[in-house]
Design a protein around this ligand. Structure first.
Ligand code: FES
Length: 160
């Protein structure tokens, strides 16, 4: 299948270019993951394989690192990533109701992207803003003391 090989070769060239300034060592795994994700929007399987080869690190280790840190995504993301905190402080103050309200508004399952490509909804263990519980985050912006209605309204700000 020459077309697939051509695609593969192009992608390899792209990854080579993305990583060209990094040393080809294990210490480069995390920066390489960051660079590939920045370029592709997530970490596709061929990107993880390329990083494993490039840094001479077993693929299983690269995969473990990519799944350990919440900053990395193995699936394509929506234009905006919405995170609802499920840590203890937020849980006690009603984070579940917020999460359910947002799932209902967006009509997606956890981790999915809305059909228009706008949003991905996920949960996190603690956003480090417990005094503002319950907390949600859209991209890099934190929204504290949320009610389900307020949380739904926040999403509308990102619709346009
Ligand atoms: S528990 Fe939600 S911000 Fe810490």
């Amino acid at each position: 299948m020459p077309e697939i090989n051509e695609e593969l070769r192009k992608m390899q060239n792209t990854y080579e270019k993305i990583l060209e300034d990094l040393p080809e060592t294990r210490e480069s795994v995390i920066p390489a993951l960051q660079l590939v994700q920045k370029s592709r929007g997530y970490l596709p399987g061929d990107g993880l394989e390329f990083i494993a080869d490039y840094t001479d690190t077993p693929l299983a280790n690269v995969y473990s690192i990519a799944t350990f840190y919440s900053q990395f995504y193995l699936e394509p993301q929506g234009e905006h990533t919405v995170k609802v905190c499920q840590g203890t402080a937020c849980h006690i103050k009603g984070a579940n109701e917020i999460y359910e309200a947002l799932l209902g508004k967006l009509g997606i399952a956890p981790g999915e992207v809305t059909p228009d490509g706008k949003f991905t909804l996920t949960t996190v263990r603690c956003l480090g803003a417990c005094s503002l519980a319950p907390v949600m985050m859209v991209d890099d912006k934190v929204y504290g003391n949320q009610t389900p209605d307020e949380a739904r309204d926040v999403l509308d700000e990102y619709r346009d």
